[in-house]
Design a binder for this molecule. Structure first.
Ligand SMILES: C[S@@+](CC[C@H](N)C(=O)[O-])C[C@H]1O[C@@H](n2cnc3c(N)ncnc32)[C@H](O)[C@@H]1O
Length: 281
């Protein structure tokens, strides 16, 4: 049987390194999905005052921007990401941040930062994409100071992230199994026990993983929610389908989302694993 890494590696097309994907991510998914989750994370792990924080897989910088407002003048925030397209938008978002946010283009497996140089590493919905997760956990351990903390979030399977489950199911109904499997990459391949195991094996203590939930809400209802599917990283694959098949996909997704949404705005629940652990002091 293929390992988790091989299963993800089989779908190399799932990429944030494309300008249109980065722009759609920032314009559509960040306000709808990643901002509410970032707000919850930053609130949950307060206080941040005076801390030196690395936002790993910073994307377009939503977590880094919020953290800059919380660490205050005595603190420092660095955002790292492998994709220049995401970092360009992160720099724009954080242009006025105080203290200024520094951004580095680096892979999670090799950050190029000094040993023991940060007090917290935060990674919101990035860990599941790292090709060598053990190397990434080891690198996080290396850059943290003794007594420092790591906070990592990864989505639960699509059965618990119902809007994305509906996209996967609609794609299967129109015969697009490969694209459906691609949409599952951020969700289905990071069981909680496996997530914890990388941090336990790299020397962290007090490794805890809990599940948190938030509703996924789209004010304009189902028609807008169908369009949002085109703003995910599979958007280019959807637009490349023949128009007739796209119509069938939109019809199937409209039906599935109609069944999910109770109040016309909530497109089911989203659930995420939230890991926290400490480097021994
Ligand atoms: C779903 S986005 C999350 C971005 C951000 N943390 C947020 O909450 O909006 C995943 C990010 O992981 C980044 N990424 C994927 N593989 C990476 C790697 N090996 N090293 C660093 N970043 C990576 C992608 O470029 C993308 O920006």
């Amino acid at each position: 049987m293929a390992t988790v890494e091989e299963r993800v590696e089989e779908r190399p097309d799932f990429s944030f390194g494309d300008q249109s994907v980065a722009a759609s991510y920032d314009n559509v998914l960040v306000p709808l999905l990643f901002t509410p989750w970032a707000t919850q994370l930053v609130e949950r792990f307060k206080p941040w005052h005076g801390l030196t924080v690395l936002d790993l897989a910073t994307g377009t910088g939503v977590v880094a921007d919020m953290l800059a407002g919380h660490v205050g003048p005595a603190g420092q925030v660095t955002g790292a990401d492998i994709n220049a397209e995401m970092l360009a938008l992160a720099r724009q978002r954080c242009a006025g941040a105080t203290p200024p946010v520094e951004f580095i283009e680096a892979s999670a497996q090799s950050l190029g930062m000094p040993d023991a140089s940060v007090s917290v590493v935060v990674c919101q919905q990035g860990f599941q994409f790292f090709p060598d997760k053990m190397a990434a956990a080891t690198e996080i351990f290396r850059v943290l100071r003794g007594g420092g903390r790591v906070i990592v979030t990864t989505w639960c399977p699509v059965a618990d992230c119902e809007y994305f489950g509906a996209i996967c199911e609609a794609l299967r109904r129109v015969g697009e199994v490969a694209v459906s499997d691609m949409m599952r990459v951020p969700f289905d391949f990071m069981p909680a026990a496996e997530l914890a195991s990388y941090f336990e094996a790299s020397g962290f203590e007090h490794v805890h993983v809990r599940q948190e939930q938030l509703p996924f809400t789209i004010d304009q209802g189902v028609p807008e929610a169908v369009q949002v599917a085109y703003a995910t990283p599979i958007g280019p694959k959807l637009r490349a389908l023949p128009e007739e098949q796209q119509r069938e996909f939109r019809h199937a997704l409209t039906t599935l989302l109609g069944e999910l949404s109770q109040d016309g705005q909530t497109m089911g629940r989203m659930a995420s694993h939230v890991l926290s652990a400490n480097k021994p002091g």
